[in-house]
Design a protein around this ligand. Structure first.
Ligand SMILES: Cc1cc2nc3c(=O)[nH]c(=O)nc-3n(C[C@H](O)[C@H](O)[C@H](O)COP(=O)(O)OP(=O)(O)OC[C@H]3O[C@@H](n4cnc5c(N)ncnc54)[C@H](O)[C@@H]3O)c2cc1C
Ligand SMILES: *[C@@H]1O[C@H](CO)[C@@H](O)[C@H](O)[C@H]1NC(C)=O
Length: 434
């Protein structure tokens, strides 16, 4: 049974993950009333993603939370690629980025969520409704709506625009395109992500380390100031969750420096997961928009997933502000769709795929002769200017939608399709860590 429509918010955001919370904060600060619907009763507490690359930091700084992030998290100094015996093949020294306000920050995702939430609750224009689950959607010429299940029963809520930030299993995406329509592929390789206390520094490990090995490939990355590390490793296809968990002590003993026994480390959390490369058919259908995981997925090596999602959100914010300030028509949302999908296809998908294949699909003994990326990393060791350029290559994910505003001096030149994405190998450089 549907009740009469309640709440006429200008914008409804579905999903209080990092993407939804950030968009909510940006819009509310700009004075645009926004209602957020979250099906669970609190923010997700799993640590999940950990690193925010320069184009994500640009948006988080713009939202006014960069200081909080840097205070609670830290700025990783360096990253390297190694053989399983610990030999360093190549690395990147982050200190060439000193002073850059958008320099990468590391902070587990649940803590980013807490910071975002704190800032959102200070905004009178923002309303977050927990235990509100979207079950169906609709739209006409004047408005869009969602049907919502809550403890009060079922209701319909309307808005000018409704944004699906509802994650990988997005109901908005399913309702728009069908349950199993999320084009792309799933990797055969599985990943086990752990948060582990183990003293890697004893073995000379850098802040982030990628180990190249056909079977025992992994990443070990410091994720807190008190000795917690993210260890994510590859596993054989086809193993069940129980098999994956029972193999973990063997995996650690084989692959980690010092070949530790379980008594030598402490695992704070462990979660096996499947990895995908997928992009929704469209990121705009009329008054519905998709952003972040609801729109696209990639494997975590290189940290392009959430970084790409945060960049979506910043762009969508500029498009909506343009519409509400009457310097853009709703057509700017088609440009959002075109550009953000192109950035996924041209950058996120190929580069994140290279990042993971680099770890398992080559012979570590020959990597320096054949892997162009590692050769470029080697070059950064002696060329500071190149190093800076290389480490900010990921900024190719950014796109300035305000140049499509009618009052923009650039408006007349800004035609979609002409604003190509730099195709140089430099775009290949990413946040490098998970
Ligand atoms: C186990 C796991 C480990 C991960 N590890 C890494 C990692 O190591 N590195 C990395 O870069 N990325 C990792 N990721 C991915 C990263 O966490 C995501 O990219 C990021 O969380 C996406 O943010 P989001 O806001 O788009 O979606 P989410 O964080 O998924 O948030 C979506 C929100 O929408 C809500 N929702 C869903 N459906 C509805 C509905 N019908 N009605 C109302 N609300 C709804 C959900 O409850 C959720 O709160 C991991 C993800 C998972 C699941
Ligand atoms: C164009 O309009 C936007 C949105 O109102 C405003 O923020 C911006 O300053 C304007 N730009 C110029 C060049 O006037």
């Amino acid at each position: 049974m549907l009740l009469a429509p309640v709440v006429a918010s200008k914008v409804i955001i579905v999903g209080a993950g990092p993407a939804g919370l950030l968009l909510c904060l940006l819009l509310a600060k700009k004075g645009i009333p926004v209602t957020m619907l979250e099906m669970t009763d609190k923010l997700d507490e799993n640590p999940r993603a950990t690193h925010y690359g320069p184009p994500a930091m640009y948006e988080l700084n713009r939202a006014g939370i960069g200081e909080d992030l840097r205070a609670e998290g830290f700025i990783p100094r360096s990253v390297c690629w190694r053989k399983i015996d610990g030999t360093v093949l190549a690395g990147l020294d982050g200190s060439v980025m000193d002073g850059d306000p958008d320099r990468m920050v590391c902070l587990p995702l649940n803590k980013l969520g807490t910071i975002l939430y704190k800032h959102v609750t200070r905004q009178p224009n923002a309303k977050i409704l927990f235990k509100h689950k979207v079950t169906a959607i609709g739209q006409d010429d004047d408005k869009a709506w969602v049907d919502v299940q809550s403890s009060d029963g079922e209701s319909r809520m309307e808005a000018d625009y409704i944004i699906g930030c509802d994650g990988a299993n997005s109901q908005i995406r399913r309702s728009l395109f069908g349950d199993w329509k999320f084009p792309g592929r799933t990797w055969d390789e599985q990943i086990v992500a752990t948060n582990t206390y183990y003293d890697f520094t004893k073995f000379g490990y850098e802040d982030a380390n990628f180990i190249i090995h056909p079977e025992h490939w992994y990443m070990a990355s410091r994720i807190s100031k008190d000795g917690l590390w993210r260890v994510s490793y590859g596993e054989l296809p086809g193993l069940s969750a129980e098999e994956l968990l029972s193999r973990q002590p063997m995996k650690f003993k084989t692959m980690l420096p010092g070949h530790p026994d379980p008594s030598d480390y402490k695992i704070a959390s462990i979660s096996p997961y499947k990895i995908h490369q997928r992009l929704a058919e469209k990121m705009r259908v009329g008054r519905f928009l998709l952003a972040a995981d609801a729109a696209h997925l990639c494997n975590p090596f290189g940290g392009l997933g959430l970084t790409g999602g945060i960049v979506d959100v910043g762009g969508l914010y500029d498009c909506l502000v343009g519409i509400y300030d009457k310097v853009a028509t709703s057509e700017i949302l088609d440009i959002y769709n075109d550009i953000r999908r192109k950035k996924y296809n041209d950058i996120v998908d190929p580069i994140s795929s290279e990042n993971i294949r680099r770890l398992f699909a080559q012979d570590p003994e020959k990597a320096l002769e054949t892997d162009e990326f590692l050769q470029l990393c080697q070059r950064t060791a002696t060329d500071v200017e190149f190093s800076r350029e290389f480490q900010t290559g990921v900024n190719a994910l950014k796109y300035d939608f305000t140049k499509h505003y009618s009052n923009s001096t650039e408006a007349k030149d800004a035609v979609v399709g002409r604003n190509g994405i730099p195709s140089s190998g430099l775009a290949a450089v990413v946040g490098v860590t998970d």
